[in-house]
Design a protein around this ligand. Structure first.
Ligand code: HEC
Ligand code: HEC
Length: 340
């Protein structure tokens, strides 16, 4: 090899690698970012530990009957164990969606009626949510606060975390802080996005391409959280005790919002026992088939983004392989901590 070549080869290698970086797909928009944290509720270890206890504690409910984790079951992807949730009011109209990645949503609940995780809990004055909603945990917040302050270990922990005894506000804050840790950072797809090219299977990679391409899932399940934080009517069959669930319309009273529900994240959805606002589907196969056939074309309010996809059965399998790569097993394994 002559001298010129010996000098040129490393130079060429650099050029080649720079060009291939240039051609490699930029996946940065798919990376789950740090969660937004409200200024008046910064994350702390003490708050997170306290919130972890509170969501597993039945003493936040009327008659010590149910905890958050009865309806948001970690092993079931953080979603409900029955197609419609059961609380003090018997069977409710809606399925309990996952709390995984809910810290990224700009509004909470299927119809977006709560604007923060703190508000969603129902602990804050004048705000209805699971703790205080009569058909759910059915508690009076004053009773919960008084109760927690009679338990010396809780009293101590609230004082450590907030500098005061338990109050409605700091119960809400502790729970929200814990929920802000339920993020699917360790899912195979996130490892892939972060550069581990072998973290997901070839089938999942093909499924990812379909998700962005032919199957047009990305129009609503946008990165990074795979939710556009918007509301759509995708023609889900109405099942369960409600004759008709008008969804977003209940909040806006705008006729165009009838039957629209918030686009959910798809992280950890492979572990869910049910899917959709009313738990209408059990398996991914049913979900994908629903989209493939164009939803419910007889629903006059259905979104124009839902139309027949003509996916082959191999393509459906690939799409499902991609959906399965979104599961962070760590979150499915969350257990109840020791309660005081
Ligand atoms: C009786 C069952 C039940 C209990 C107990 C319960 N939830 Fe829920 N949860 C639901 C249902 C049903 C919904 C959806 C309701 C709706 O959209 O109208 C929901 C919605 C949510 C959401 C919104 C997720 C999203 O996609 O917007 C969060 C977060 C949440 N619950 C957290 C909690 C916390 C924290 C507790 C305990 C303080 C709790 N839940 C207790 C059934 C329950
Ligand atoms: C027009 C917007 C839109 C498009 C396009 C779309 N989705 Fe959805 N997706 C939604 C909404 C809204 C819901 C909740 C609907 C409901 O509960 O009634 C949902 C729910 C889901 C769920 C259930 C998640 C859960 O928590 O139960 C899965 C899985 C899903 N979509 C996957 C897909 C796939 C795969 C595609 C592409 C084939 C796709 N979606 C295309 C808006 C969309």
């Amino acid at each position: 090899m002559n001298r010129v070549f010996r000098v040129l080869i490393p130079f060429l290698a650099v050029v080649v690698s720079i060009t291939s970086i240039g051609f490699a797909e930029d996946l940065s928009e798919w990376k789950l970012p740090p969660v937004p944290v409200p200024k008046d509720n910064p994350q702390s270890k003490d708050k997170i530990a306290l919130g972890h206890q509170l969501v597993f504690d039945i003493r936040l409910s009327k008659g010590d009957s149910i905890s958050c984790s009865h309806c948001h079951v970690p092993a079931a992807g953080g979603g409900g164990p029955t197609p419609r949730a059961f609380g003090h009011g018997g069977e409710l109209g809606r399925w309990a969606p996952s709390w995984v990645n809910s810290a990224y949503y700009t509004s909470l609940f299927w119809d977006g009626r709560a604007s923060s995780l703190e508000e969603q809990t129902g602990a804050l004055p004048g705000k209805m949510g699971p703790i205080t909603a009569p058909p759910e945990m059915g508690a009076k917040i004053e009773d919960v606060v008084a109760r927690l302050n009679t338990i010396p270990e809780y009293k101590k922990q609230f004082n450590h975390a907030f500098g005061t005894d338990a109050t409605p506000e700091n119960i809400a804050k502790a729970i929200a802080s814990f929920e802000r840790t339920l993020i699917a950072y360790d899912s195979p797809f996130q490892k892939y996005v972060n550069g581990d090219k072998k973290a997901i299977s070839p089938a999942a990679k093909r499924g990812f391409e379909l998700f962005k391409g032919k199957a047009v899932c990305i129009t609503c399940h946008t990165p990074p959280n795979l939710s556009d934080n918007m509301f759509h009517n995708i023609g889900v069959p109405q099942v369960g005790p409600l004759k008709e669930d008008l969804g977003r319309y209940e909040v806006t009273k705008d006729n165009g919002d009838k039957g629209k529900f918030k686009t959910p994240t798809l992280y950890n959805s492979a572990s869910l026992s049910f899917h959709m606002h009313d738990g209408a589907f059990r398996r991914f196969e049913e979900v994908v088939e629903h989209y493939n056939k164009g939803g419910n074309p007889n629903d006059p309010n259905q979104d124009s983004l839902i139309f027949p996809l003509n996916l082959t059965s191999a393509e459906k399998d690939d799409l499902i392989a991609f959906l399965r790569s979104l599961t962070d097993k760590r979150l499915d394994g969350i257990k109840s901590p020791k309660l005081p």
